[in-house]
Ligand binder design. Structure first.
Ligand code: G6P
Length: 485
């Protein structure tokens, strides 16, 4: 069995002597597979080298096998594809930054159509052709590694074209595709040039099963297949089936959850305790509104800060009694939009500090860095957790933090996160654009009595652990079990 994703478990930097040094990769997909990868069939995880340092690490590993080169992959077998497979740095940059992250990510998160973007011109065409080269090279890498009749689980939008390309190379394989993002509504999706919209859908339909994190996203995918391809679509209570060109693709939903025991074990280590102690020393007996996100446009960190400012202005009783702890993990810094967004977050945080800080009390603690133990410490001290994405495939932080919070935490959650489908009943739901509404929900969450908060936290944890990563991965394997090659 093979698992395929763009980002792998490790991300490298180069030491002064040119030796690659590894760090854990970020994002929900890596968390899920790291935690699930031991399940069942012990798959080989095939990923891409994302930087020069990654390429160097791949080059120094036999057949790109990071585990065999002695890197700590958490016991998983990992092969990192690099230049030998034809993905040179320039092609990769156009494919990853130009198409995957600026086009497909923006499309599925409704960040795509603005007065000035997108522009479909010659450079867009070059990016798309690089994306095709990257997809083909990835498919060829998988075709080489797959045993006859093997199952291949292709993950996420970067590899949206791969199932079809892989099937052309290896019709004997059983192929699944799983989307970790939302899926765009049909009208919005149709803003892509028509040929490309078709290519994306046909790419996924090359798989025997197409998985999604929430029923809404599966249903949007079915709509797109019907409207853009004119495919025959069978809708079921959740998911369904697409019949096109003589093939059938099952459309399924597996709502990825968390492994609370594993998370608690990790959060029980000394590095997390050190961070917790340091944070508590700064916070004293104030209440904590916590959030941890990648510095990502769709996470809506700016409106979250505006809501916090609104809370302090409209409910001044919280001034001096609450601290907003914001963990922002740097992400996709190659894109100017992300750099600008991060700078705006930092500016707004400084403004809030200036408006409210008093001797001995700061309204917020913002850290823009990648520190996993610190994120876990932040979950532990949360009284209120703010998760307000514009749109999110699932949002695992909404599931992780309640399981770790030592005080029991009230969750303020966007209706537009996939997680709202399972956690909505125990959360305070907000419209992510409604800053005043979010401020009011923060006020209600801070004032919630202990008994209610404890009850809601239990309900959140029950829902969050319903399908832990091992079972989520096993469900994708199961989807393929019935398929005849
Ligand atoms: C999301 C995506 C993942 C991606 C992660 C981090 O969770 O669904 O596929 O790996 O973000 O983004 P990055 O661009 O750093 O891989």
């Amino acid at each position: 069995m093979l698992l395929a994703s763009n980002r792998g478990p490790l991300s490298f930097t180069l030491d002064a002597d040119g030796a690659p040094r590894a760090k854990r990769g970020g994002g929900g997909l890596v968390s899920a597979i790291m935690s699930a990868g031991h399940a069942g069939e012990h798959p080989l995880w095939v990923c891409t080298a994302l930087s020069d340092a990654d390429r160097e690490a791949a080059r120094r590993s036999p057949h790109g096998r990071l585990d065999e080169a002695g890197h700590d992959t958490g016991g998983l077998r990992v092969r990192m594809l690099s230049t030998p497979e034809g993905i040179d740095a320039r092609t990769f940059d156009l494919a990853y930054n130009g198409i995957a992250n600026s086009t497909l990510w923006f499309l599925h998160h409704l960040l795509f159509a603005t007065p000035t973007a997108p522009v479909f011109d010659g450079s867009f065409a070059r990016e798309w052709s690089a994306f095709s080269v990257y997809s083909q090279a990835f498919a060829e890498g998988l075709a080489q590694d797959a045993a006859p009749g093997a199952k291949v689980l292709v993950q996420d939008y970067h590899l949206t074209l791969v199932p079809r390309l892989l099937r052309q190379l290896r019709p004997d394989l059983r192929i699944g595709h799983f989307s970790h993002t939302p899926w765009a509504p049909a009208e919005y999706f149709s803003l892509l040039p028509q040929g490309l919209a078709r290519e994306v859908l046909l790419g996924v339909l090359g798989a025997d099963s197409a998985g999604f994190l929430a029923p809404r996203w599966a249903s949007a995918f079915l709509d797109c297949c019907e409207r853009v391809l004119g495919a025959e679509v069978v809708r079921e209570e959740v998911g369904g089936e697409v019949r096109h060109d003589g093939r059938t693709t099952r459309v399924v939903v597996h709502a990825l959850g968390i492994d609370a025991d594993e998370l608690r074990e990790r959060a029980g280590r000394a590095d997390v305790a050190r961070h917790e102690e340091a944070l508590l020393a700064r916070i004293g007996d104030c209440k904590v509104i916590a959030r941890v996100d990648r510095t990502e446009l769709s996470k809506n960190i700016l409106r979250g800060l505006l809501a916090y400012r609104d809370l302090l202005r409209r409910y001044p009783e919280w001034v001096g009694r609450v601290v907003h702890v914001v963990g922002a993990v740097p992400s996709r810094n190659a894109l100017p939009e992300y750099r600008e967004y991060t700078a705006r977050v930092q500016r707004l945080a400084a403004e809030i500090d200036e408006e409210f800080a008093r001797p001995g009390w700061s309204p917020l603690i913002l850290s823009v860095d990648d520190d996993f133990p610190r994120s876990l410490a932040t979950y532990r001290i949360a009284d209120v957790l703010l998760i307000n994405p514009i749109r999110d495939g699932m949002n695992l932080v909404a599931k992780e933090a309640p399981a770790l919070s030592t005080r029991g935490c009230a969750l303020v959650l966007s209706t537009e996160a996939g997680a709202a489908a399972e956690l909505g009943h125990a959360a305070l739901l907000v419209n992510p654009y409604d800053v005043s509404g979010t401020a009011a929900a923060l006020h209600a969450a801070l004032g919630m009595d202990d008994e209610e908060r404890a009850r809601r936290t239990r309900e959140l944890v029950d829902a969050a652990t319903a399908l832990p990563p091992g079972q989520w991965l096993a469900a994708q394997v199961e989807d393929l079990a019935a398929v005849r090659p």
